[in-house]
Design a binder for this molecule. Structure first.
Ligand code: NAP
Length: 461
């Protein structure tokens, strides 16, 4: 019997799990379709916006303006927000299926790729993820401690996350104090004794993963100047030269021009120096007999392969440098949710165009978008077409979805309440939001984030 899903009498019921950019773009695409929909959006934290709130650097406020677009989506009649609900933790995916015809996972990538080298887990070696979440006031990371009493910090990787971590370490407290950086981070950074920040890339200046806006900022910092660990690394091989001539690599060419400009900067009196290393791979973290990281062993690389596909190849030439604190920033990795197929090696939900696959078969009613769909790549806007692709496929499948047994959000709410889950609606979040802004105003910041779930819940009541 054909179902009436998507009609006025029986709107298509979709649970969007994760309220970051992909979740909001997916909800927006569903609302704009000509199908009648009811979307309930879930987040395990009381606060929405995912990576925009807990990933984007506090000194990059303009990027956060995209929240205004998400707020419009949240205000639509078809959309309801349920924060402080962990799907797969507080309520199982199987139980959620009672209330929704389709579940669309947009949970991002909350963990990190590993380097796989000796000493990786020595005290003093941290992941970029935990540092980023800590300075952004993520409740799960508020109690982390980072030893900023060291003078030499090392960041492995040259993506934009490595840039964020480096910049937060390089900036003066004055440069950060008016932002929405967590208070505990600002206080710790005020005591920082870091003088050198070293960013290590395994390939060359033509391949670095950061983007021009991000690298340019390092030439404009108040009390920190960029320096090249080995200025000769700026000389390009014919293959790298050819890469930069490719019009598709215009941003990389811009990066290269900006880097060359850094050679003229005077670093003599700078309180901090930002050392840029190319063609180096970490091979071991050494404790020197102590109980924490003390030095980093590196291997010199050369590039092999055709232009556009050049890979780092170790030359066997090793060197060792002092390293008081280290951050691994070599890419994020998704985490599994019970009841959803997971690709261990890739750290994503296996899918075809957002349709989650279970042992090569489409898992009826389960969809995904964003980093947990395609891996941790691209900027915030990349998630819009990505979410639209998934939603297009979900809507194309409408005839083969299994209608849920209780198409009723009130029943879902009663279920959550019976489990003592105190869910947060969008109007509750607006109270938290207003309180954070007011608390920020009182201390000259644009926002003072609540850094615990209890504080957020208290602000609602
Ligand atoms: P990313 O851009 O993929 O960069 C990862 C870095 O780690 C690359 O430099 C990579 O080098 C290096 N790497 C990987 N494995 C390594 C290993 N085994 N040893 C040494 N180096 C290794 O990842 P990300 O920085 O985590 O950023 C994730 C996404 O978020 C990116 O698309 C990024 O642009 C975006 N983002 C954007 C902003 C912004 O727009 N402001 C801010 C933050 C993040 P290779 O190039 O050689 O692989």
């Amino acid at each position: 019997m054909p179902s009436d899903l998507g009609t006025e009498q029986r709107p298509l019921r979709v649970a969007v799990v994760g309220s970051g950019p992909s979740g909001f773009y997916a909800a927006e695409a569903l609302c704009k379709s000509d199908v009648h929909v009811k979307i309930d959006m879930f987040d395990r934290l009381p606060a929405p916006f995912g990576l925009v709130r807990y990933g984007v650097a506090p000194d990059h406020q303009k990027i956060k303006n995209v929240i205004r677009v998400y707020e419009k989506t949240a205000a639509r009649d078809e959309v309801s927000f349920y924060g402080n609900v962990g799907v797969g933790e507080d309520i199982s995916v199987a139980d959620m299926r009672k209330y929704y015809d389709a579940i669309l996972f947009t949970v991002g990538a909350a963990s990190d790729r590993r380097l796989g080298i000796d000493g990786e887990d020595l005290p003093g070696s941290y992941t970029a993820t935990e540092f980023v979440a800590w300075y952004n006031g993520h409740p799960d990371y508020r109690d982390r401690r980072f030893d900023l009493s060291q003078e030499v910090a090392v960041i492995i990787g040259q993506g934009n996350v490595a840039m964020d971590v480096s910049r937060i370490l390089c900036k003066s407290v004055d440069e950060l104090s008016k932002t929405d950086i967590a208070r505990h981070a600002l206080e710790a950074l005020a005591e920082s004794r870091i003088k050198e920040v070293h960013m290590i890339g395994r390939r060359g200046p033509a391949q670095a993963a950061f983007t021009p806006v991000e690298i340019r900022e390092f030439g404009e910092l108040e009390s920190c100047v960029p320096v090249f660990a080995n200025p000769d690394d700026l000389s390009l091989s014919p293959a790298s030269q050819a890469e930069l001539e490719d019009p598709r690599n215009a941003p990389k060419k811009k990066n290269y021009e900006i880097l060359r400009g850094f050679r003229d900067l005077d670093s003599g009196s700078a309180a901090r120096k930002f050392y840029i290393h190319f063609f180096q791979s970490p091979t071991a973290l050494l404790s020197d007999g102590g109980d924490r990281v003390a030095r980093l062993e590196l291997e010199r690389n050369e590039l092999t392969g055709d232009p556009g596909k050049q890979k780092a190849q170790g030359t066997g030439g090793k060197s060792v440098m002092p390293c008081g604190i280290l951050f691994r920033s070599v890419g994020y990795r998704g985490l599994p949710i019970e009841g959803v197929p997971f690709h261990e090696q890739w750290g994503v939900f296996p899918n075809e165009g957002g349709r989650i696959q279970d042992d090569g078969q489409t898992a009826t009613g389960l969809y995904t978008a964003g980093w947990i769909k395609r891996g941790p790549s691209g900027v915030i806007g990349t998630n819009k077409p990505d979410a639209e692709e998934t939603v297009g496929n979900l809507l194309a499948d409408i005839g083969s979805l299994v209608p849920c047994s209780q198409p009723d959000s009130a029943a879902m709410e009663a279920d959550l309440s019976s489990r003592n889950i105190r869910y947060i609606r969008f109007e509750d979040w607006k109270k938290i939001d207003a309180a954070e802004v007011a608390n920020g105003e009182a201390v000259g910041k644009i926002r003072e984030k609540f850094v615990s779930v209890d504080e957020m819940l208290a602000a609602v009541s």
